[in-house]
Design a protein around this ligand. Structure first.
Ligand SMILES: *Cc1c(COP(=O)(O)O)cnc(C)c1O
Length: 404
């Protein structure tokens, strides 16, 4: 086994060698501009893009004309929310989203609030799940968009997207879904779920960084958006700029591989994740699972280790790449807003670690991680006066702390 171990696949993934292989010719030989219509370099590039567009459309059950290439899911989310808000502002000024969305949605919604739009941030339950009835109850005659993610990037909880899509259709409100963590990992079908706009990205599914897509429905209903970027009118006017052909080709190949291998891969990754979860949780006291016990992404595991500071724990297992519930949100060590939204207290939010397993995770790495986590947590707890007091049966809530 080689160190360091990469176990942060919700942040990004290693590019699959088969994806790199598909991309190489588009750097070295077929390097034309896909918009050049009068020579073979352009035609080759255009063919690469067309093929990738078909690969992507097929996996999400859409038409290839409904795929708009962007630089990633952050841009796709911006384009969806701002593009719809600007286009439909005469119709209404209200947007519904949730409190556990990715920053790319939350911050875009906040930017729209500054421009006068009204945003409802729906709460989630203890497992991080949205109640579709809350969505229904939040809809007013001014609502123009619902934006709810497919699966959460921190805790892996999978939302009841199909029910939300049904409500959106019933009420005639557009439904955007940030499906960045779901596409390529679990079945995502824009017809079955009634999604009208959908964001996703290459680098979370073993493809390259810097390429993403926004699915924009063309019929029933035909969705229209105002572009963020003006220019040559690429991507049917919705996103101008020369297409990054090698990245697009890699994105297409990556999603195709995910789809072909999904069934087998899900079983394998889930078994490793369950072993990791069990290995840690059965051997330690006062550890808590964050997220839904069953409706969860196969590779995600988020655990709070009481009396241990997440950042300190990460320092103790430096040879394993993990993410803590305080670091990923900001530079200011705020506890994760996602965990806070589940009702997790500030202490336990600061004690949380996210394990992201993926295609290249091995059983050996999982065993090593279990062993290292047990040792590191026990070591930190041995040094913790709080842990000692708790073990002695002192109720920490009753302790009078001196003020600094
Ligand atoms: C990673 C991620 C994003 C951002 O994607 P980029 O392609 O890096 O911009 C957005 N939403 C979710 C849920 C993510 O996990």
């Amino acid at each position: 086994m080689k160190l360091p171990i990469y176990m942060d696949n919700n942040s990004t993934t290693r590019c699959d060698p088969r994806v790199v292989e598909a991309m190489v010719p588009f750097f070295t030989e077929k390097y034309g501009n896909a918009a050049s219509r009068n020579h073979s370099f352009g035609w080759d590039a255009e063919e690469g893009v067309d093929h990738a567009r078909k690969q992507i459309a097929k996996v999400i059950n859409s038409d290839s004309k409904e795929i708009v290439f962007t630089s990633g899911a952050t841009e796709s989310n911006n384009l969806a929310l701002k593009g719809v808000a600007e286009m439909y502002k005469e119709k209404g000024d209200h947007i519904i989203t949730s409190s556990t969305e990715h920053r790319a949605v939350i911050d875009t919604a906040k930017a729209l609030e500054k421009k006068g739009f009204k945003v409802t941030y729906l709460p989630v339950d203890k497992a991080g799940m949205i109640n579709p009835e809350d969505v229904r109850n939040a809809i007013t005659d001014k609502t123009i968009l619902i934006s709810i993610m497919f699966a959460n990037n921190e805790i892996g909880t999978i939302h009841p997207v199909k029910e939300i899509g049904k409500i959106a259709k019933e009420k005639g409100v557009l439904f955007h879904c940030d499906a960045t963590q779901a596409v390529g990992k679990i079945p995502v079908d824009v017809q079955e779920t009634g999604i009208d706009l959908m964001s996703f990205t290459g680098h979370k599914i073993y493809g390259p960084k810097g390429i993403g897509a926004l699915y924009v429905r063309r019929k029933a209903p035909r969705v229209r958006i105002v572009p963020l970027i003006d220019g040559g009118g690429h991507e049917r006017g919705m996103r101008s700029g020369t297409l990054p052909v090698p990245l697009i080709v890699g994105f297409g190949r990556a999603i195709e591989l995910c789809s072909q291998e999904m069934e087998e891969e899900t079983i394998r990754i889930k078994a490793l994740r369950d072993r990791l979860q069990d290995g840690i949780m059965s051997a330690m006291e006062e550890v808590y699972l964050n997220g839904h016990p069953t409706e969860r992404l196969p590779g995600n595991l988020n655990i709070s280790f009481a009396y241990v500071e997440g950042e300190a724990l990460l320092m103790g297992v430096k040879e394993i790449a993990l993410s803590s519930g305080s670091a990923c949100t900001s530079a200011t060590l705020e506890p994760s807003y996602v965990l806070r939204a589940l009702g997790v207290g500030s202490d336990l939010a600061h004690s949380s670690i996210r394990f992201g397993l993926g295609r290249f995770t091995t059983a050996e790495e999982v065993e090593y991680t279990i062993d290292r986590m047990l040792k590191a947590v026990n070591h930190l707890r041995e040094m913790s006066p709080l842990y000692e007091m708790a073990k002695e049966g002192i109720d920490l809530k009753s302790v009078q702390w001196a003020a600094h």
